[in-house]
Each structure stands twice: as C-alpha cells, then as structure tokens.
Write a protein that binds this ligand. Structure first.
Ligand code: HEM
Length: 366
C-alpha cells in the first residue's frame, strides 16, 4: 500500500539525483578538465536514453506481432509505435548538430582519455540492430572480429542471446506470408499481373525502337536495360528463381512475403490494405533514417578525427561509411518499386474481391 499523504516529488520521480550525478569528466579525473567533455557525455547519454525508448517501442511491436494472427487494431497500434520511433530518429539526427558545435581541436583536449572506449560498444544500439533483424553475416567487420568482441562478457552474452530471438524482420515476414488476397478463388491475380507486365514491357520496347531522339548506341543500351528489367520480373513470378536470389544474398524476404508486400503497395488505396501499407512504409522510413544517421555520424567522425583510426580501433570514417552502406534490414521493401507498373496498367479485380478489399468501410457504415 502507498503511504498516505506522501505527495510525489518531481526530482524523486525522475531520480534526478542519480541522473544528474553521472556526468563525470575523464579529463577532470586526469587533472586537465576539458570544457567540451560535458557536452560529449550528455549527448551520448541522451542517445542512450532515446535508444532505450526505441527498444521499448520495438518490443511492443514485436509482442503485437508475436501471435498466430495480428488483428487490425494491433496493426494500428504498431503503426503508432513505429511513428514514434521515426519521430525520435529525427531528434537523434539533430543531436549531431549539437555535438558538432564542439570543434576537432576541442575534442583533442580529451579524446585520448577515451581509448579504447567507443560508441562501437553501445549495447543498446546493437540490440536495436538485432531486434530490427540485422544478422551477424550482414555486418561489416573490422579486424575480422565479431561486433561483440570488444564487449564485457555479460554484454556479449546479452547480444548473442538477442541474435537468436525473432526479429521484427522475421515477424513481419511471417505476417506478410499470411496475408490473404494472394489468391482469389478462380481469379489468378499473379497470372493477370504477369500479362500486364508483359504488355508494359512491350510498350516500353516500342517506345525505344520508335524514339528518333536516341542514337543507335543509346537505343542498344536502353534495350539491354529493358532486358534486365524483364529478367528481374521473371524472379518475381518464379519461386525457384527467387530462392536462388535468396541463396545468393540478393533477396531476403521469402517469395510469398515479397508478393504480399507488392500487392499491398499496388492496392494501397483499398481500405483493407491501407494500414498494412502504412506499416511497411514506416519500416522503410526507420531503415532509411538509421542509414542517414550512420552517414551523418561517419561525416562527423571524419570532420573530428580526419583519417585517424577510431578510439575503438577501427579505420574510423572508412569503416563507418561501409557500415552505412551495408547495415540495412528492409532492403527488399525499399526495392519493391522495381516491380511496380503504372496504376493505369494494373489488372482489374473481380467485383467480389473489390468488395472484400473495401470491407472496413462497409463495417462502419451501418
Ligand atoms: C566526436 C564525436 C564522435 C566521433 C569522432 C565518433 C567516432 C566513431 C568511430 C571512429 C567509430 C568506429 C569505431 C571506432 O573505431 O571507434 C564509431 C562508432 C560508433 N559510434 Fe561514434 N563517434 C562520435 C560520436 C558518437 C555519438 C554521439 C554516438 C551516439 C550514441 C555514437 C555512436 C556510435 C555507434 C553506435 C558506433 C558503432 C557504429 C557501427 O559499428 O555501425 N558516436 N564512432
């Protein structure tokens, strides 16, 4: 039972004594206090607090997507959690502007005291990556060592355990695989889509052949590009070819999940697919925002330390740039546009399918 007449006190509620008592300057401990180290510590701590909130939101989405089915309300709740993550990411990007008010010379005043510590050891950042679905084999390595190699044993064990838990990628893939509408009774949507793609490619080919503005070389190049597009589409319609792409690491989503994601994008204006479309778009936003942050962080590192190696021992800017290029999760969703065709060329859906896809409004109109 709560003690009576004990009003909650702001500083106690927020544990401010502890929170504001943990900014200890390494430079002061060495007898050479550096003014800007306070900013350096506070910005890192603010990041770690926001990382905690991002994990909180990600875990909520993972729970909502953990069951055998995910109902409409849970998709809506997940969209709200993911929107919050996107809003936090915008703030995280701005933290870099604040940190860059510290000049490289000011950083040099205390940088050496930090070795061998580095953001590379941020366990929460790694947990976010793992919860999102970044696999060990996707990661850029430095010194041929796993990303956990510079951590204390307890932290390493926690991260290795998190690699084995289902990630957001896994949960979204399973959910997509269960999406209805991939087959509609007698109507074979994918056969109709394949024919629509064939018509589009044929039209594109005619345009190229009849375009007087192209030189023969340009036309040849464009036709080769069109051929490559046609081959790309083949993998969409052939599960075996898709499996080969997955084995080669070119694709990651299962064939069924990829088709479902494509369908959701093509018919996103249908009421029943609108929320799923929001959800998939937010996953792409989150992946993209992390990539933007990684590039900004790499540029900041270059500005601060030039071509020196990092305090954690990596090649510094070079390593960070490669990680920005490679460490992505929902690339298949980003690349979906490869398979889009103009809306005007989409196959017409049978009336009963149209009705089912509009069912949300029917349910609220009475
Ligand atoms: C003066 C500012 C900063 C510089 C010069 C810097 C530099 C670096 C460097 C060179 C690395 C590569 C590992 C190494 O060799 O140490 C790294 C990694 C990292 N840093 Fe920073 N950093 C700065 C600020 C920050 C801030 C404010 C955060 C926020 C938490 C952060 C988070 C990270 C993370 C998460 C990694 C691992 C990235 C990965 O492996 O993909 N850094 N940083």
């Amino acid at each position: 039972m709560d003690a009576p007449n004990q009003p909650l006190y702001y500083a106690d509620y927020l544990a401010l004594d502890r929170l504001l008592g943990c900014q200890e300057l390494e430079s002061a401990r060495h007898g050479t206090p550096a003014h800007d180290e306070m900013l350096f510590i506070i910005v890192h701590q603010a990041y770690e607090l926001w990382f905690k909130q991002i994990l909180w939101e990600l875990d909520a989405v993972l729970r909502l997507f953990g069951g055998e089915t995910v109902d409409e309300m849970d998709v809506a709740r997940s969209v709200a959690h993911l929107e919050r993550i996107v809003a936090i990411q915008r703030v995280l990007l701005q933290h870099i502007d604040i940190l860059e008010t510290m000049t490289p010379l000011d950083f040099l005043e205390f940088r050496n005291y930090l070795i061998p510590a580095s953001g590379f050891q941020s366990v929460q950042f790694r947990l976010i990556e793992n919860r999102m679905g970044l696999r060990p084999q996707d990661r850029v390595r430095f010194s041929e060592a796993p990303y956990t190699s510079r951590l204390k044993p307890g932290d390493r064990a926690r991260l290795e355990a998190s690699e084995k838990e289902p990630s957001l990628f896994d949960r979204i893939e399973r959910w997509l695989e269960r999406t209805p509408f991939l087959h509609f009774g007698d109507f074979d949507f994918w056969q109709a889509y394949r024919e629509a793609v064939g018509r589009m490619l044929e039209r594109d080919r005619r345009h190229l052949l009849n375009n007087p503005a192209l030189t023969p070389e340009e036309r040849e190049k464009q036709l080769r590009g069109l051929e490559a597009t046609a081959t790309g589409f083949e993998a969409l319609f052939d599960p075996e070819k898709h499996r080969e792409l997955v084995a080669r690491g070119v694709r990651r989503l299962s064939h069924r999940a990829l088709l479902a994601a494509l369908l959701i994008h093509l018919y996103r204006h249908k009421p029943i697919l609108h929320l799923p479309f929001r959800l998939l778009s937010l996953l792409v936003d989150i992946d993209e925002n992390f990539t933007t942050w990684r590039y900004r962080h790499a540029l900041m590192a270059q500005r601060m330390i030039g071509t020196r190696i990092g305090t954690g021992g990596s090649s510094g800017h070079d390593y960070l740039r490669q990680a920005a290029e490679r460490n992505k999760v929902f690339t298949d969703l980003v690349n979906l546009s490869t398979y889009f065709i103009p809306r005007s060329a989409l196959p017409e859906l049978p009336p009963e399918v149209e009705r089912t896809m509009g069912f949300q409004y029917a349910g609220t109109s009475g």
